[in-house]
Write a protein that binds this ligand. Structure first.
Ligand SMILES: C[S@@+](CC[C@H](N)C(=O)[O-])C[C@H]1O[C@@H](n2cnc3c(N)ncnc32)[C@H](O)[C@@H]1O
Length: 195
């Protein structure tokens, strides 16, 4: 927390706010603008906050948040794409009509495995997965590199990605909510970008 922070090999410079909500790292240059586009997600942050410190931090933001902004992000939990991504990426892929029609016995994770199959194993390398969504590609990258950062602007997707990796016991991934077009940090010694 603060204006400058060091976390592992991640150097955060001039970050306006760094906050943690249910274990999800949020590194956003303009948190008010971010929350204004995700009012219902913001409401869930508030209702799920356990510490008084976090509640008071969010309460202070409330004054500036544009509550009339009705354009919710499509990738948030109440958005247009969240449920279908979650449905397809989890246990229901076999009933996907398109895959069924194509008679493909293929899981989404097979696609990501194929995608990363030509990437050489680099046990000292660090990779960055831009727009990682539910983290399927990030999980595959984590098999090739010592550490992977998965970045996505959707809080809900990152929360799901974290849930999935903790179920799988994967420990060499850090998921961060951030805007890939305006990253508030630098990562030194990066070996690979996937976007
Ligand atoms: C089409 S999905 C692709 C997901 C993933 N790469 C995959 O192959 O499954 C696009 C993703 O990019 C994220 N995204 C879009 N614009 C972004 C931005 N400016 N910064 C961070 N993430 C962004 C969305 O939240 C969404 O999860």
């Amino acid at each position: 927390m603060g204006t400058n922070a060091l976390k592992g090999s991640l150097y955060v410079q001039n970050a306006k706010e760094i906050s943690y909500n249910r274990g999800v790292a949020i590194m956003i240059g303009d948190i008010v603008k971010y929350a204004s586009k995700r009012v219902s997600t913001f409401g869930k942050w508030f209702s799920n906050s356990k510490s008084e410190e976090m509640k008071s931090f969010l309460k202070n933001l409330l004054f500036d948040i544009d509550k009339n902004h009705r354009k919710e992000d499509r990738y948030e939990e109440d958005g247009q794409y969240f449920q279908s991504y979650k449905w397809l990426h989890n246990e229901n892929f076999e009933s996907d009509k398109f895959l069924h029609l194509m008679r493909w016995k293929i899981k989404p994770s097979d696609v990501y495995r194929k995608l990363t199959s030509n990437i050489p194993f680099n046990p000292e390398g660090i990779a960055l997965d831009l727009g990682c969504a539910l983290g399927l590609s990030t999980i595959e990258l984590a098999k090739k590199f010592s550490f992977v950062f998965g970045i996505d602007s959707s809080f809900s997707f990152i929360r799901e990605a974290k849930k999935k990796t903790s179920e799988l016991g994967v420990t060499n991934i850090e998921f961060i909510v951030s805007d890939i077009l305006d990253l508030p940090f630098r990562i030194k010694y990066l070996t690979l970008y996937l976007g």
